[in-house]
Design a protein around this ligand. Structure first.
Ligand code: ARG
Length: 433
């Protein structure tokens, strides 16, 4: 049952090899495939390529298929190549010749592309929402722990006073930068490729602006070759956005693993959120954050994998592009499950309040003491030397008074300003709803 059957049966091995994982992965496109077809046939009717009486019959049948997808009953049968073929077969099985009309002025090349754009747009919007939820939690925790001090490190050596407020807020503001990349990926996905057909347009009088409106795209991808070239680039842009979030979250996971280590002991979690050892009875391990770190590292390799898969492909459609799905599709859900677990864990984090009382952190205060002298009029280099000599000769006694007041410091976390940066970015995702 191939759409392109011309009277010979293709070799079974060839079919299996070329279909690959499409029967499974295309299920994620099914809903969008039907929505794309609905827009396409409305347009065909408006330009006279479908009868007024034919359109409602086809729309009804497509609505039934959509309901079947929503109920989880839609499958791509053995011997059917992909979601596009399955939908067309269901239509022709029910409506006969009428079902065969919907593919006028379209190729599977622009069909899969429009599915991908709609799917990517939708998944990016869901991912952005998950990032935003996590961002809000981080800011809440930043505010709650604004007075809980901890050591700041450079070169993994004790450096200057920091706080849990600063730490949570740092990851929140970094997510704003990551969101910029998700927005950029969304804008790239939010263009209509339908009508580019096999990649060179059609001699039928297609109204591409109409399908753009119906599918809520920001604009057509005008040039039909550019539209086709965006396959691969769209996926890569989305992967770059995901990888940015993964880099942020993976780093946070590493911090938590380190601070759960007894040598630090800065944070802990309720027993039931830790994991044990089969031999060492005392163990309460941070496996959740280790798996998260590992998954986030893998997610960061995806842009690279897609780049290599796509490198130097000749212009126009090439079947290699199908393999992009295998790499990108699972990444969205993987990213969201990491964010969900990170939220769950951080809602239960316990933070030690007296970390800085330990004398091993005394040197955190040297810069405070230098600055106190500077405020009294001592030139910085002299003040630095004075405190430095006291450290060198073992006479240094910290005053332990901290005065950080400038914006973005431990004494002035700028939580509301950081929140205000995120808000306008989230507005970009509206058309996917
Ligand atoms: N499964 C194919 C893909 O993802 C659908 C498009 C097939 N087009 C073709 N010319 N063989 O690319």
């Amino acid at each position: 049952m191939l759409l392109w059957n011309k009277g010979f049966e293709p070799d079974r091995m060839i079919e299996e090899f070329t279909v690959g994982r499409d029967r499974e992965l295309d299920l994620m496109l099914a809903r969008f495939d039907v929505e794309g077809s609905m827009a396409h046939i409305r347009m065909l009717e408006s330009v006279g390529l479908l009868g007024h009486d034919e359109l409602p019959v086809l729309l009804d049948a497509l609505a039934d298929i959509k309901a079947m997808i929503e109920r989880g009953e839609f499958v791509i049968e053995d011997g059917v190549e992909d979601v596009h073929s399955q939908v067309e077969f269901l239509l022709t099985a029910r409506l006969g010749d009428l079902g065969k009309k919907i593919h006028s002025g379209r190729s599977r090349n622009d069909q899969v592309l429009v599915d991908l754009k709609l799917f990517t747009r939708h998944e990016l919007a869901l991912t952005a929402r998950a990032v935003n939820d996590f961002f809000n939690l981080l800011l809440e925790l930043s505010d709650k722990h604004k007075d809980d001090l901890m050591p700041g490190y450079t070169h993994l050596q004790v450096a200057m006073p920091s706080s849990f407020g600063l730490w949570f807020g740092a990851y929140a503001e970094t997510l704003v930068d990551d969101m910029q990349l998700l927005v950029a990926a969304y804008n790239i996905a939010n263009q209509n490729p339908l009508g580019s057909a096999a990649g060179y347009g059609s001699s039928l009088p297609l109204d591409r602006e109409m399908t753009t409106r119906l599918l809520n795209f920001a604009s057509p991808h005008y040039n039909v070759v550019a539209a086709q070239m965006s396959r691969g680039k769209t996926e890569r842009a989305a992967a770059v956005g995901i990888a940015a979030v993964a880099a942020t979250l993976g780093r946070l996971a590493m911090d938590v693993c380190m601070w759960m280590c007894q040598n630090f002991g800065f944070v802990s979690f309720p027993d039931e959120l830790t994991t044990g050892s089969s031999i060492m009875p005392h163990k309460k391990n941070p496996d959740v954050f280790e798996i998260m770190r590992g998954k986030c590292n893998r997610l960061q390799s995806i842009p690279n994998e897609l780049t290599i898969l796509n490198a130097n492909l000749p212009l126009g459609y090439n079947r290699d592009l199908q393999l992009m799905k295998d790499i990108l599709f699972p990444a969205f859900a993987e990213m969201r499950s990491c964010l969900e677990l990170a939220s769950f864990m951080l809602r239960n984090i316990r933070i030690r309040k007296d970390i800085l009382d330990d004398p091993r952190y005394d040197y955190l205060f040297t810069v405070e003491d230098v600055n106190r002298l500077v405020l009294q009029g001592v030139p910085f280099r002299d003040a630095y030397k004075q405190v430095g000599m006291a450290v060198q000769e073992g006479r240094y006694k910290p005053t332990r008074e901290i005065h950080h007041t400038h914006i973005g410091s431990i004494g002035n976390l700028a939580t509301e300003q950081i929140r205000a940066k995120m808000e306008p970015l989230m507005a970009a995702f509206r058309s996917a709803e």
